[in-house]
Design a binder for this molecule. Structure first.
Ligand code: ZN
Length: 342
């Protein structure tokens, strides 16, 4: 992928720092041909990676929003690190808590885009765990990966300055989120007695915006299983625009209840500012003041390539893209997902 090799070249040239925005530019212009995006001038946060709002929008209007901040996985003095715990001058709050706070404004979850370079760049990462038959650091799709802010917070709490490697391990390759080539295996909730619609969502294969949310939820749920605290059985009722009316209030060791946080990004209809992007209308000024830009992925449910031929999937090619520019075969026999939810 273009971003991986760019990143390696950039780091080799000694310009190791503040490349988040450059990498984001490249991702938006080269690697993701089908998206629409608007960049706002005025929100200057270039040195730390600015917040971008991402929305995946299905053909039926179902959509998923995510507030994203870019970070680079860097090798500093033999330590793989990501500056999650970065604090700005005269402000004690970490960037993670600020990002979580900012995501409340949009009622979407928060996450990091991790730029992790190519396989050669990551050669000295010490993580030999396996992901779908690939050694962690050799995952050729992991050059750009997404990590929920809840997991970022969790890894920083557990590993401090050594959070880089576990964060990389927990991050989901953007390609696996945007154009998953693997089956959507069920997520088993820790909480018993979830509402029927949510239980079905977790159990049945999903596509499009629903799948994006599910792939972000999956590693969070896995991590929650490793936290030794009893699950809360309480459910909370969410706002009417949310796809799921009732979600578990369980929190574990995360800063906020994780189902509430992750699933609030799933809506039955896009917010007006997202429609404005799609229709080419002017955007509200409050949006431009709050984020560096907005990315909209239209027809998100048409981009899934869940029925990739096996030889294609096995090929260790670096030319695969998150959003194929070739038309995608939509006759997907493995897809059992109903067109509309509820
Ligand atoms: Zn790993």
């Amino acid at each position: 992928m273009a971003v991986d090799s760019f990143m390696t070249t950039w780091l080799d040239s000694g310009n190791g720092l503040w490349m988040e925005d450059t990498a984001t530019d490249l991702l938006l212009t080269k690697a993701l041909p089908r998206i629409q995006f608007r960049r706002f001038t005025g929100s200057e946060e270039a040195s730390n990676g600015a917040d971008w709002l991402w929305w995946w929008v299905d053909r039926d209007g179902t959509c998923f929003g995510l507030l994203v901040q870019a970070k680079v996985l860097k090798l500093l003095r033999k330590r793989w690190s990501i500056d999650f715990a970065y604090k700005t001058k005269n402000d004690d709050r970490t960037q993670i808590s600020k990002l979580l706070k900012a995501s409340d404004q949009f009622d979407v979850p928060a996450a990091y885009t991790l730029y992790c370079g190519d396989v050669d760049y990551r050669a000295s990462i010490e993580c030999d765990r396996i992901h779908q038959e690939q050694v962690c650091k050799e995952r050729n799709r992991a050059g750009v990966a997404i990590l929920s802010a809840l997991l970022a917070q969790n890894t920083v709490a557990l590993y401090g300055r050594d959070a880089g490697v576990p964060a990389f391990h927990d991050a989901v390759p953007l390609e696996d989120i945007a154009a998953p080539a693997t089956p959507d295996v069920p997520i088993v909730p820790l909480v018993k007695h979830v509402a029927d619609d949510l239980a079905g969502y977790l159990r049945e294969p999903q596509r499009g915006a629903r799948r994006v949310a599910k792939e972000l939820l999956r590693p969070v749920q896995t991590t929650r299983y490793g936290q030794f605290s009893a699950a809360t059985m309480r459910r909370v009722t969410s706002a009417s625009e949310h796809l799921f009316e009732e979600v578990p209030d369980d929190r574990g060791h995360f800063p906020v209840p994780y189902y509430v946080h992750l699933l609030r990004g799933l809506r039955s209809q896009p917010p007006d500012y997202v429609r404005a992007v799609l229709e080419g209308r002017p955007l509200p000024s409050w949006l431009a003041q709050s984020v560096a830009g907005i990315v909209v992925i239209p027809d998100a449910d048409a981009h899934d390539v869940t029925a990739v031929p096996s030889q294609k999937r096995a090929a260790r090619s670096s030319s695969s893209k998150p959003f194929p520019s070739e038309p995608v075969d939509r006759t997907d026999r493995t897809d059992r997902t109903p067109k509309t939810g509820g």
